[in-house]
Design a protein around this ligand. Structure first.
Ligand SMILES: [Zn+2]
Length: 234
């Protein structure tokens, strides 16, 4: 290979490498910023929000430089199907004022298994939550399941106060967090989901709650990082 071809080859190779996220650890991915990239484009490509990228990389504004290495949140692949599915439904933005976090208080489960239980308890719309995030037992770890109440933009059945059922999006993490901690994948998916719903869809016009702040209950358990989530979501 002559020097000119060699230079061309190396240049092309660099382009390919820059375009391909490098696999670092099990879940961490690095994207190297290319000419013309914006945070919005990169966020869209990986199914995360701009805020996700800013938080993960400690960025204050939207300025990025060619060659800069950005961490892509591991939950990117988890939130992508939710973003796609939600883009196909008509979201009633004015209806939703709250996002409420729950644990299932069971060691395992899934949207389907909780749906059965809720129907047995007389809920004709089934699954009381809008979303369920798996812990690896009954649903793969970190996977976000969308309930039919979200698809139909129906009120929830997750709290004992109508204001919060009517206007609150209920998210349940599988697990009993009085006994165990949520998995890191669950928490990453939870943060991506709340960021997407709250910042993107509701344009930050919502209040974040955990169930025990509304009703006398232990939900979502002592090991749920309530304070840390309030720091992120207000
Ligand atoms: Zn609850």
């Amino acid at each position: 290979m002559n020097p000119v071809d060699r230079r061309k080859f190396l240049f092309q190779l660099a382009g390919v490498l820059c375009a391909t996220p490098l696999i670092l650890a099990a879940d961490d991915r690095i994207y190297v910023v290319r000419k013309g990239d914006t945070l919005t484009h990169i966020a869209k490509r990986y199914g995360v929000t701009v805020k996700d990228l800013q938080r993960t990389n400690g960025l204050r504004g939207s300025l990025i430089k060619v060659g800069q290495r950005l961490r892509i949140p591991s939950s990117a692949s988890m939130i992508q199907p939710i973003i796609s599915a939600t883009s196909r439904i008509k979201v009633n933005r004015s209806k939703w004022k709250y996002i409420v976090a729950h644990h299932s208080a069971t060691s395992q489960g899934s949207a389907a298994s909780f749906d059965k239980v809720d129907r047995r308890h007389g809920m004709k719309n089934g699954l009381a939550y809008h979303f369920v995030i798996g812990n690896g037992k009954g649903t793969p770890d970190g996977v976000i399941e969308m309930g039919s109440r979200w698809k139909k933009q129906l009120h929830g059945g997750h709290v004992s106060k109508w204001e919060f059922n009517d206007h609150g999006i209920g998210i349940c993490l599988v697990g009993n967090f009085e006994k165990t901690r949520p998995t890191s994948k669950q928490l990453a998916s939870f943060k991506s989901l709340v960021t997407y719903l709250g910042d993107n869809l509701l344009r930050e016009r919502y209040k974040f709650y955990v169930h025990k702040e509304i009703n006398a209950t232990l939900c979502p358990g002592r090991y749920f990082p309530t304070q840390a989530m309030h720091k992120l979501f207000g």
